[in-house]
Design a protein. Structure first.
Length: 367
């Protein structure tokens, strides 16, 4: 007899085509309406056996919902990602998500294959999209499907098996200052706020957004350590204080001994932030900082005009050259590599201090 069913309760009926249908309530959809699962067989027993097998798979975590669409899962993944990244990063992810949903939105999640991923990337390339655009789309699609695989929603991540697109041109390496350029900068940068800030960026690998969010209490009185607890995020074109780029970006950065005077200088001349803006309570705009950075470098001969982020690349490359292991470097710069994040969390403080000492000895500027 048909009627309202509790979760897992079955009803049997014979369909006009002669097959038996065993229907049960199988939970609720995202919109709160009931979800039903039907199993079919040539006999009552066959239909009921299939329904029982379904219930066993559910209990064992083996069942994959064939009706779950990519759009439903991708949106759920995106909503859950909000607390683990900065507002700026989250907003930028939203643009990429729209591209992915446009390509796979109504597809059943468990029907997307490696070939589908390859066709999607080829179409982006045909449409003239850049290598970095393709990399961003592939990376997000990988994360979405990786989470689905981890939750037993698909058997395997199709992106992992999709052939990577070849670059349209030579791969551009991230640029870093040479050791000689670092020496020149340390010696010739002005003894003012921008000069000391650039020195610290070279000596700690901090991101621009992290530097601009520093308040006096984030710098130890003796300049030995900087505590990264927040960052400047651009929201609708205006700078706001928010969380750092990723959870692992919250960290304590050891300052090389010969750079601690720069940290102390910035701490002592700070207002609410070490870089105050003209608007009370509002952090300094990263775009205006880049202008001041460029003006400072223009006055120093023998140094290339690289971006502020190149200071971070320089720090990493110099530590690598000094023999500091990658796990320690990742911990010091707060780089949230998806596959290695868990390793970065276990680096001991004395190891990080030793790495800072190595940097200090290499760039032994007497200041």
């Amino acid at each position: 007899m048909a009627g309202k069913r509790s979760n897992g309760e079955e009803t049997l009926r014979k369909r006009p085509n002669g097959l038996w249908e065993c229907t049960m309530m199988a939970g609720y959809k995202d919109d709160g309406t009931r979800r039903y699962k039907s199993s079919y067989g040539k006999s009552q027993k066959e239909a009921k056996d299939k329904a029982e097998a379904y219930k066993r798979d559910i209990a064992a975590g083996l069942y994959i919902d064939p009706n779950l669409t990519f759009r439903e899962w991708a949106q759920k993944w995106y909503d859950g990602y909000q607390d683990s990244v900065s507002p700026t990063t989250y907003e930028s992810y939203g643009y990429t998500l729209k591209i992915l949903i446009g390509a796979f939105g109504q597809r059943k999640l468990n029907t997307i294959k490696a070939l589908d991923v390859e066709d999607f990337l080829k179409k982006l390339r045909t449409d003239g999209k850049s290598d970095s655009y393709l990399t961003k789309c592939r990376g997000m699609l990988y994360q979405i499907m990786h989470k689905a695989e981890a939750n037993d929603l698909i058997h395997k991540n199709p992106v992992r098996f999709a052939e990577k697109m070849k670059s349209k041109g030579p791969v551009r390496r991230k640029e870093a200052f040479t050791q000689e350029e670092v020496q020149i900068l340390m010696e010739q940068l002005p003894q003012d706020r921008i000069g000391h800030t650039i020195r610290l960026m070279l000596a700690t690998g901090m991101r621009t957004q992290e530097v601009l969010a520093l308040e006096p209490q984030h710098i130890e009185p003796d300049g030995s350590c900087i505590h990264i607890r927040q960052a400047v995020n651009m929201v609708k074109g205006k700078p706001h204080i928010g969380p750092p780029k990723t959870a692992i970006s919250v960290r304590d950065v050891p300052v090389p001994p010969n750079m601690r005077s720069s940290a102390v200088f910035l701490r002592e001349q700070a207002g609410q932030f070490i870089w105050d803006s003209a608007v009370p309570g509002q952090p300094f705009d990263p775009r205006h900082f880049r202008d001041k950075y460029r003006n400072a470098l223009l006055r120093i001969p023998g140094v290339r005009m690289l971006t502020p982020h190149s200071c971070r690349h320089t720090y990493v490359s110099q530590l690598q050259a000094l023999g500091v292991d990658m796990e320690t470097i990742q911990s010091m710069v707060g780089h949230a590599d998806i596959e290695m994040t868990q390793h970065y969390l276990h680096v001991q403080e004395e190891v990080r201090q030793a790495a800072a000492e190595k940097f200090s000895k290499t760039f032994g500027i007497s200041r």
